[in-house]
Design a protein around this ligand. Sequence first.
Ligand SMILES: NC(=O)c1ccc[n+]([C@@H]2O[C@H](COP(=O)([O-])OP(=O)(O)OC[C@H]3O[C@@H](n4cnc5c(N)ncnc54)[C@H](O)[C@@H]3O)[C@@H](O)[C@H]2O)c1
Length: 276
Amino acid sequence: MQQKIGVIGIGMVGAPVARYFEEIRGLKRKEGLFLFDTDPKKNFSDDINQADIVFVSVPTPPASDGSSDLSALESVFKKLVENKIVVIKSTVPPGTTENFQKKYRMHKILFNPEFLDAKFNWEQFIKPNRQIIGSTAESEDVSGLILSLLPDAPFKSEIGATEAELVKYASNVHYARKVNLVNVIASLAEKLGANYADIRQAMAADYRIGNSHLDPNFGGYRGFGGHCLPKDTLALIASLEAAGLREEADLIKKDYDYNGKLLKEQGLTWEDIRIK
Ligand SMILES: NC(=O)c1ccc[n+]([C@@H]2O[C@H](COP(=O)([O-])OP(=O)(O)OC[C@H]3O[C@@H](n4cnc5c(N)ncnc54)[C@H](O)[C@@H]3O)[C@@H](O)[C@H]2O)c1
């Protein structure tokens, strides 16, 4: 019998998940596919508890201390009954999946990081360059099943949930730091009357650096922005502080503050660049 799939949180990440299961895997709404979102305008109010496997992509915004606000995720777990396979796609701090697994023992809980860009969410969801499934001891036996249900990727990996959560932060904070470095080099080039475009092209030719995040004016302003990089940088700082890694937290905080300085110089606030 085919597994029934649920998707909770039909936004930038959840919408392509839902579309994939409907269009590519041919599941019929309310028979094999159940969609739920709290936004009444989106009109997704299927009975999610009819699903066996539930993908969750609800927001995890910064709390007042910079850590992730997991209240939407918590409310999802409160809603789910019986024994389900729950795949968290929301970006969550390292240790979150294990914590939910301890709290909601009836489910098998996994973490599947999503790496898509807001602009190309469908294209990148169906053609990912990596597909990573993070599991707990309780959910390890269904990790292969989840991997087999998702779009294929040249790099596939079944690892621990905490490792998978860290991969997501490592990636986004790496991009944020790269943008900072590029701004440092572009500022120095400007002072010296050097052409940053020439430097950028030559840097991109190094396969260890690559072409992405080398434009200091990406999005029309200097610095990193968008939906995820600022929030995930803050969340990593909070995780480092919680782990007692103060110097490491300070290092990443410098990145966050440097970006804040760049924005301020342009008359922008963090709120201005949070727009997707
Ligand atoms: N946007 C990206 O490019 C991207 C990429 C990778 C990971 N993520 C992560 O994925 C998660 C979701 O991000 P997004 O960009 O899709 O957000 P989004 O705001 O586009 O979508 C989230 C959806 O969840 C709904 N929602 C909120 N609370 C809910 C609840 N309790 N139950 C059901 N639905 C609820 C909202 O109405 C909204 O439709 C975040 O953790 C984000 O960090 C985002």
